[in-house]
Write a protein that binds this ligand. Sequence first.
Ligand code: SF4
Length: 71
Amino acid sequence: MSDPGRLTVSVDTTACCAMGRCAATEPDIFGQDPDTGTVVLLDPTPPPALHEGARLCADLCPCGAITVTEN
Ligand code: SF4
């Protein structure tokens, strides 16, 4: 049985254009490589309190590099 409310975040670092919006918006989930600015996924299964922020970051990313899966 699936766990209701589970949310999984994934990132495509090859699509990331290092804008940094995700890290600025939800720094508990996303960081940035200090050299390249490319996204670093800090928490692929964030707690429910961060789910809205995860969805927002996926919407805000200008490169479509963030995917949120809910099941
Ligand atoms: S918002 Fe998108 S393009 Fe910008 S750092 Fe995050 S994943 Fe990369």
